[in-house]
Structures are given as C-alpha cells and as structure tokens.
Design a protein around this ligand. Structure first.
Ligand SMILES: Cc1cc2nc3c(=O)[nH]c(=O)nc-3n(C[C@H](O)[C@H](O)[C@H](O)COP(=O)(O)O)c2cc1C
Length: 300
C-alpha cells in the first residue's frame, strides 16, 4: 500500500509472522533504497516490495530490488514482462495482483510464481469480481499459489480464504489502523469509525476505478466536474493528481479535500492493535473457527 506500507509497518508485519510488503509504487529510486534499508534495521525477516509496472522508472526500481536482495516483488497494472525478465533469473518470487481469472492465467503463463487474487471489495484500484467468486475460480484455473485479498480482516477471513482454495490471505485496509501504521492518528480514528457503505468506487480521483472513503472532494467532483478542480486530463497526470490528494489525506490530515483508499472491510474494523496483537488474534480466531465448523459438521 502506497502512503501506508512504509518501513515501520512493513517491519512490524514481517516481525509478527506475516510478509510485509513495502508500498514502493510511488517512490523515487533512492527513496526506495533508503526505505528498504530502514526495514532491514528493524527486522531480519523476509519482506517484499510492491511496484507498479506502469512507472516510468520501473527498470531502476527493479534494480534496487535486486541489489538489496529482496525475495518477493509484487506488482500490478502495466506490462509485467520487464520485471519478470529481470527478477526470475535472480530467483525473486514474482507475485502480481490480479482481479480476474483471465489475468491470473496470463500471469501464470508469463512466469509469475504466485498471485494475489484481489476481489472488488478491496481498497485502492479494484476489480469487478467479488472475492468470494474470484478465489475459487482462480484456484481452479491456475497451479501457482494464491493469496486471497479483498474484504479480509480476521480469522474467519483466513479460514474462508483457505476454504476457497487460496494458500494465504493478504490484507490492506486492516493494517491502516494499527499502531505501527505511519498515517496520522486522526486518520486511524476515521477508519475505525467509518462504515462499509462509505468505501465507494470512483474513477474521479486517479482516472481509474479506485475504492476509497467518500469525502467532500468526491462529492464536489461529482457536483461540479473535474474542470472545476483543474484535474489533469492525461492519465499519468491524473494519477499523480490523485496521489497528491491521498498524500494530503493520509499524512496532512485533510479528510475533506483529500482521499483515502479503503476497502469495504473498514466497516468491520474497530480497533488499533499492534501488528503482533492483530496477527496473534487472527491465528487464534482461525483455530476457533475451524473447531466450531468442524463441531457443526460432526453434529450432523
Ligand atoms: C491505502 C491503500 C493503498 C494501496 N496501494 C496499493 C499499491 O500501491 N499497490 C498495490 O498493488 N495495491 C495497493 N493497494 C491494494 C492492497 O495492496 C490490497 O491488495 C488491498 O487493500 C486488499 O483489500 P482490503 O483493502 O480489502 O484488505 C492499496 C490499498 C489501500 C487501502
């Protein structure tokens, strides 16, 4: 997650037993190298880096990932071949995010080692297909491992992901209100009080479908049109304009005229735990869910 998945959070997730993934998509080359080194100061556990294949500096970012010996690269949007061609020979695990079976099949054919299959409930740029439908389709369609994403925040979600055929679950929104998340305290409070129906999809912020919390900015864009806000019309500049609105919301606290990418699962998140507390809770909930379901079946 750009704006959120920065060194303190990445290190905390990996230390707690997950795979932290750095949101490197909007970083400059040396900024990414510095951020990677900051994570390494806080954990010796493996972590990944997310980039976007659309970035004009994708080759340079990929070189940093290789030089810093990052074991997992996650990516989405744009042509992934340059990333695969550079990373596969170096045995970096290549794990794109996909939102449709056809994209998963293509990723496998291109040589991806695993996919994050992300349903439409997810925060950020999202697909059209719900997680519940997408995961079993992808699980049947490809042989590579799947991490299920979109709408997951707890032990029941983990068990559901595994039951649907995934090998793991990936969470975005759940990590925003955690102690180690680098966003402003007011943003974390905003998240734990937001309801699921305010996490809407809009193309107005980045130029492509992006799910986030409805803000005054979205309302004004709908009412007055993009021209009133001098939103750039080229797709790259529109995306940059959208990123600036996210930066304003996450790190400057402008919740009205900024924009917070966020998934529907926000409606189920009501606390700000440490990553360790969160991960331990998820594992113990998952065990209880499995035991509960198995008891129900044995009673039949
Ligand atoms: C604030 C935010 C920023 C995100 N940024 C990125 C990104 O830069 N690259 C990416 O591949 N996915 C990004 N995502 C998607 C997440 O990595 C993850 O797949 C998604 O949040 C999972 O769904 P959930 O929000 O329901 O947990 C972002 C999501 C959020 C909420």
């Amino acid at each position: 997650m750009a704006w959120v998945s920065y060194p303190p959070l990445v290190a905390a997730v990996s230390e707690a037993g997950g795979l932290g993934i750095m949101g490197g998509g909007r970083m400059e080359v040396e900024e990414l190298r510095l951020a990677i080194r900051q994570v390494k100061e806080h954990t010796r556990k493996p972590f990944g880096v997310n980039v976007t294949a659309l970035s004009p500096i994708i080759d340079e970012l990929t070189e940093v990932i290789l030089e810093e010996k990052i074991p997992v690269v996650s990516y989405g949007r744009g042509n992934p071949r340059p990333i695969l061609q550079r990373c596969k020979p170096e045995r970096v695990v290549c794990m794109p995010t996909i939102g449709a079976l056809s994209h998963a099949l293509k990723a496998e054919q291109d040589g991806a080692d695993a996919v994050i299959a992300q349903g439409m409930e997810a925060g950020g740029h999202c697909s059209f297909i719900a997680t519940m439908v997408l995961i079993p389709m992808v699980a049947r369609g490809v042989k590579i491992p799947i991490a299920a994403a979109g709408g997951l925040c707890d032990g029941a979600g983990l068990v559901a992901a595994l039951a649907l055929g995934a090998e793991a679950m990936a969470m975005g929104t759940r990590f925003i209100p955690t102690q180690e998340s680098p966003v402003l305290p007011a943003v974390k409070e905003h998240f734990i009080h937001a309801s699921e129906d305010t996490a809407e999809v809009t193309p107005l912020i980045t130029g492509t479908r992006c799910r986030g919390l409805r803000s005054r900015l979205v309302e004004l864009l709908e009412e007055r049109g993009e021209q009133a806000f001098e939103v750039p019309q080229s797709s790259a500049e529109h995306a940059t304009w959208g990123s600036e609105r996210m930066e304003e919301a996450f790190h400057q606290g402008d919740l009205d005229m900024g924009f917070l990418p966020c998934g529907q699962v926000v409606g189920r998140i009501h606390d700000i735990p440490t990553c360790k507390e969160l991960m331990e809770r998820i594992m113990s909930e998952a065990e209880q869910v499995v035991a509960g379901v198995s008891t129900r079946f044995s009673e039949q």
